[in-house]
Structure formats: C-alpha cells, structure tokens
Design a protein around this ligand. Sequence first.
Ligand code: FE2
Length: 423
Amino acid sequence: MLDLILRRCALPTGGELVDIAVKDGRIAEVRPALEAQARDEIAVDGRLVTPSFVDSHFHMDSTLSYGLPRVNESGTLLEGIALWGELKPNLTGDAVKERARRLCRWSIARGTLAIRSHVDTSDPSLLAVRALLEVREEMKPWIDLQLVAFPQDGVLRLEGARDSLETALDLGVDVVGGIPHFERTMADGAESVRLLCEIAAERGLRVDMHCDESDDPLSRHVESLIYQTQRLGLHGRVAGSHLTSMHSMDNYYVSKLIPLIAEAGLHAIPNPLINITLQGRHDTYPKRRGMTRVKELMAAGVNVAFGHDCVMDPWYPLGSHDMLEVAHMGLHVGQMTGSAEMLACFDAVTTNGAKALGLDGYGLEPGCRADLVVLQCRNPIEALRLSPTRLYVIRGGRVIARTAPETTELTLGEASETVSFDF
Ligand code: FE2
C-alpha cells in the first residue's frame, strides 16, 4: 500500500499531467493515471507540483532582529555591519533560537525545506553558532539547515578569528565561509581564501564565501577562489556568494573570468533582493544594479542559485522568506524575461540550489525524497508572476503545511463573483 498519491500534477518541466506516488518518504512512481491506491490522496487537478524551494544563502543568526537596537537609517552595508556589531554583545542564545525557529516556520509555510545559513563565528563564545546548531537538530524532521562558519569581521583582520572558526567547525558547522573583500588588503583577502580553502580541504568540507560583495571593479577575490578550488581539487564543492563586483568589472576581464568559474565548477549565489538594495550606494546617477552577471554565468554553464540573504535584520527591513519573491526580483534585475530565462530563475530557487548545497535525493524522479510543494498555479512562470499560495507543503511524504486557496469575492453590481488569479 502506498502512503500518498498526488493526482493530476503539472510538473515544472511541463508535459502531460502525472500522478506522483509516495512510499516510505520517497517518490515511488511518477506517471499519468496511475492505477494504484494509497492511504491518502490529494487532488492536485492541474496545479504545479515542485520539489521544495531551496534558499542557498541566508543569515539565520541576525534574522528578525530588525530595530534592535535601532534601525539602519542609511540602508548601507557598512551601517548594517556596524549595527550588527552593536547588537552582538546583547545577543542571547534563547533569543537567537526563538527568532530562528520563527523564521523556519515562515520558510516551511512558504515551501522552503532547505536553507544554507551563514553564522558569524567572530564571537569567541560562539553563542550564535551553538544556538543554531541546536535549532538545526531540532528542526531536522521538517527542514534541512546547512550552517556555514562565517568570519564576518575577517579571518585575518580580527585577532583570534581563525581559532573561533575552527572551533565552530569542530562543533559541527557544515561549511567553511569567508569574506576576503573585508580583509585589510587585496593580498590579505587572497591569503584568507587560501587559508580557508585549505581548512575545508583538510576537513573534507564544502566552501561558501562572501566574495567580492562590493562595487569595486578591481576586486579580484573570485579569481583567488577559483585558483584555490583548482589547486586543492575542490571542484564542484565551492560557492562564491554575491560576486557583485562582477557587475562593475571591465568586460574584457569578465570574458576571461566566467570561463574560469565554469572550469572550476564554482557555484554562483547572487542575492537579488539584497544586491539591488545595498549595491550602487555610492553612485549618483546612473546607479549600478550591483547584481552579478546571472545571464552570462548561466550561458557559460555555471550553476547559479539565488539566496534570500536577509529577512528583517540590520541589512534588510523587509521579507517573509519567500523564495518566489527572490526569483521575481532576480528575474527583473537580470532582465531575464525570455521564457527560458524565466524558467531558469525558477530553477535558481529549486534545483540549482539543491546542486549548490549538495542535497541528496532532491527532485521529482522515483527514489527522490518526497519533499514537495503544491502551488496555486499551473506552471513555473505563473508561480513567478503570482507568488501563489503554497496549498500543501509535503516533507517525506507527510503534509506539514496547508493553506486555503486564495480567492476574492467581488461585488461590482448586484451580483457577486469569485476571482482567483490562477485560472
Ligand atoms: Fe550574506
């Protein structure tokens, strides 16, 4: 006996409607008009079923702290970093956990069941690291949290930062992070990339660095990251997050750089909501957008995954952790309105994210984990257009979130009518 059948599902790749059968937490079969019975059935009736959304870049330790101890009035990256510095001494483990749990609940409700979160390891007590390791274990039945040891104040710039980072990894943090552009010099930035990639190689871990998150056209840390990836044989296990300086780089240099990124199998993780609001702040007009060259990276075969980065924290006052909002912004900032380009933006918050994080069993094929979302729309482009209701969120074959379809009753004359945007 099967556990669950989703009847008449539209898949992100199109084609005819299929039934999806689930057994023991995994997808058992995917085919039209399946003749089988299950303990439970959901009539999807032509709506879109996608593997759950993936947020490839987030900051869970600072999330939902907006206004603590004050708001970022200039809205700049640097005031955000200063504000985070003011907040850090007053953090408590309980408050970090409470906010992280709340954020996870929002994520699950929006159909995101995997998040890679950077966590600041600069504080020698590693209060936030310990709190998020607890939350990672506590939430494991419902959502995959992957933690990145992130030396926010610079692994070389801040004394003792290397020891704290290594202790965080000893405690069980999953991925090695970095912030080379925040080190004192370009040489120190390159040295930090070498050091951190070697730590990752020794421990058999993945790497995800905040890299060249500036408008400086001469920032060159992604080049170092590529070099160390090649040198240490970390191919396919390294991500460059943000890469915003690529927006401003000389086109000739980028024509050399992008093939090198592809060759090293580097994953690129832009954060469209944050890049468009934080970059170009020193410009008058015209103002640069600051997001990295998504279209060109994808054309070269680079895996590009989008991250949310922030929700209501020192750097960003908005958000509800909806990855479709992220894809919508990425599409607009990258001018990706061609139909294949729009589908690529949907992939950037689903399959590409799973690749960047190295998630096992992600997808819609038999054998994959039954982590699925039923949306109130018919295809990925409608999903981007509407950011529709997540009707069902399914984890390991079990419905863990359910939302009623959105409809509006209009009364324009004598009679009332019901309007919904999906059909
Ligand atoms: Fe970030």
